[in-house]
Write a protein that binds this ligand. Structure first.
Ligand code: PAP
Length: 310
């Protein structure tokens, strides 16, 4: 494995002061231990028809989607005062498939309380059984400019670099070249989008901005799709509204586990996953010139699609 990774194309992100080395495996960029996990997952992971995969490029709403899906599927057992999400980080409730050095693949399933698994892998790199089995996939995506800003701050915080030490412009340029977490981001979104057109019964696409602006209809779509629709009585009793409120940024970011916790052995503190949770924060970071550059690239990549990432 070591030799194989060493032979892959490499890129050291200049904004990271040489601390972040990315490798290109298949057609995406990521860091070493996640590529190792991806290879192991491709070799050994077997999807079950009842599995629900929560797929995303990093910083597009993964943590939110995990909390919502977990709360939806466990609502008969727990309410807002008893849910494990009060004390357990969303990424512990729903494991990341390619984090295989932490959770052995055969144990992923044993340790699952629900058939919910997440992955950042592009569609084309999913383990074959995920594509061929009847399991479901929910894919969340987000405005590209907010993703750039969110990935930048996450990486910077993890490496303990100040904004002065980690120039945003350099991170932006890497992102435009496609060197971002599981990037190029455009290809990531296009892969799932195309697959969802071919297999709408298998793949549901959700957009971060739509979840923000119309949470109720989108959370209901999510519940329907993952096989746990809300009844009329539940809706009347406020169950949907309660889940939306509980999983909202306001509430989740204030929970002790999300303010001070950290997954064992991880570089990342739980609070890094709850930064601002806003639409349009990119306006505070991108210059006009940067905005024009990324919008032009996005127009070119998404020409002929109905996708809006701007
Ligand atoms: P991951 O892919 O590494 O798991 P992910 O959860 O997708 O990360 O991204 C974190 C982003 O989602 C952060 O965005 P920001 O940097 O622009 O603030 C984080 O704040 C946001 N986020 C986390 N939880 C929620 C939530 N409940 N509602 C809305 N946004 C959220």
């Amino acid at each position: 494995m070591e030799e194989m990774i060493k032979a892959l194309p490499q890129h050291t992100n200049s904004w990271s002061k040489g601390k972040m080395i990315m490798y290109k495996y298949q057609d995406f960029w990521s860091i070493k231990h996640l590529i190792e996990g991806a290879i192991l997952a491709q070799q050994s992971f077997k999807a079950e028809p009842s599995d629900v995969f929560l797929c995303s490029a990093p910083k597009t709403g993964t943590t939110w989607l995990k909390s919502l899906s977990f709360a939806i599927l466990t609502r008969e057992k727990f309410d807002e005062s008893t849910t494990p999400l009060l004390t357990k980080f969303a990424h512990e409730c729903v494991p990341l498939l390619e984090n295989s050095h932490v959770v052995e693949h055969e144990n992923i399933r044993k340790n699952l309380s629900l058939p919910l698994i997440s992955t950042h892998l592009p569609y084309a790199s999913l383990p074959e059984s995920v594509i061929s089995s009847n399991c479901k996939i929910v894919y969340i995506y987000r405005n590209i400019k907010d993703v750039i800003v969110s990935q930048y701050h996450f990486g910077r915080e993890a490496l303990k670099l100040s904004m002065e030490d980690a120039p945003f412009e350099e991170a932006f340029n890497d992102f435009c070249k496609g060197v971002s977490g599981y990037g190029p981001y455009w290809d990531h979104v296009l892969g799932y989008w195309k697959a969802s057109l071919e297999r709408p019964e298998k793949i549901l696409l959700l957009k971060y901005e739509d979840l923000k602006s119309e949470p109720k209809s989108n959370v209901k779509r999510l519940a329907d799709f993952i096989g746990s629709p809300f009844s009329v009585d539940e809706e009347k009793a406020g169950v949907v509204d309660n889940i939306i409120k509980f999983c909202g940024f306001e509430n989740m970011s204030k929970l002790e586990v999300n303010k001070t916790g950290k997954i064992n052995g991880s570089l990342f503190e739980n609070r890094f996953y709850y930064r601002k949770g806003k639409v349009g924060d990119w306006m505070n970071y991108l210059t006009n010139e940067m905005k024009e550059k990324i919008d032009k690239l996005t127009d070119e990549k998404f020409d002929g699609t109905s996708l809006l990432l701007k």
